[in-house]
Write a protein that binds this ligand. Structure first.
Ligand code: SAM
Length: 281
């Protein structure tokens, strides 16, 4: 059975991270509670975090802390790439990654989201999505990301995988053959970034993924950032490229007005803690 976050008898929504721990939000209002063809979509209003979106019971985004995640997912790659003209985002139906990508001198950004209902819900509740989609450089495709990259004839400078966790419709977006196909639609000097899960909770998976990714890309790196409402607080991202090493780029092109990402954060984000390094051996 698909997970549900809302418990109306307690007026709250909760996500279990382990059998013994998790996070809860008091629901001042329930704004949406529906099942799409792909997943359960719930949105509540919380007095501290503002609107909170859950898919299959897992927090995807909150108005208060989404900037940590979306800035760290998008800017390290786009700030490093010398000419990020064509950008592909897979997943990302809440629109935060699209909004951030459009802050760069891009020519076109494709947003490939599998679930039309997520787009509908987020257009209604998160105003940045509607604004970003109104940008003439943005193009929305309602499609499975895996099918899209098998069919597209386009080639991309930067690909951003803004998937949910590796369960349900997102499971295909974490597998080895997905990355093999992604590489075929990436320009030779391009960059792929992917949200890679919780630093601590998904530690075993990081080791497994690293072992197949490092055979495919010259630079296979993890970087990290905080996301207060995601499991265990510290989030991982993969940076993959055959040409660009983000630790060596001297001049980052950073848009004005960001809240979290800057030159200092970029330099620090690629440092790996000892317990993590042990897993990559
Ligand atoms: N980073 C957020 C997190 O982990 O909490 C997730 C952001 S975003 C809301 C994830 C999106 O990926 C969802 O809207 C989901 O519908 C979409 N998605 C899942 N599987 C997909 C697939 N195979 N192709 C395209 N989009 C997919």
């Amino acid at each position: 059975m698909k997970n549900k976050a809302l418990d109306l008898s307690r007026h709250e929504a909760r996500e279990y991270h382990t059998n013994y721990s998790g996070i809860f939000f008091k629901a001042k209002k329930v704004l949406l509670d529906k099942k799409s063809k792909f997943q359960r979509i719930e949105i509540i209003e919380n007095q501290f975090f503002g609107k909170v979106l859950f898919l299959d019971g897992l927090v995807q985004t909150t108005e208060k802390d989404e900037f940590f995640y979306h800035e760290m997912l998008v800017h390290p790659a786009l700030a490093c790439h010398p000419h990020p003209a064509r950008v592909l985002i897979i997943g990302g139906g809440d629109g935060g990654a699209l909004r951030e990508a459009l802050k760069h001198p891009v020519e076109k950004v494709w947003l490939v989201e599998i679930d039309q209902e997520v787009i509908r819900a987020c257009e209604q509740h998160f105003p940045w999505l509607e604004e970003a989609l109104a940008d003439s450089r943005a193009e929305l495709a309602i499609a499975d990301g895996f099918d899209f990259i098998q069919q597209t004839r386009d080639r991309f400078d930067v690909i951003i995988v803004d998937s949910s966790d590796p369960v349900g419709p997102s499971a295909v977006l974490h597998a080895r053959n997905f990355y093999q196909k992604l590489k075929k639609v990436l320009k030779p000097d391009g960059i792929i970034v992917a949200q890679a899960g919780s630093q601590l909770l998904h530690l075993e998976e990081h080791g497994q993924k690293y072992r197949f990714l490092k055979k495919m890309f010259e630079h296979t790196l993890f970087y990290f950032g905080p996301v207060p409402t995601y499991p265990m607080g510290t989030w991982c991202y993969n940076f993959l490229s055959d040409v660009i090493d983000p630790r060596e780029v001297k001049k980052l092109r950073i848009p004005e007005g960001l809240k979290y990402y800057n030159q200092e954060i970029h330099a620090a984000a690629f440092s790996r803690p000892q317990f993590f390094l042990e897993k990559l051996k």
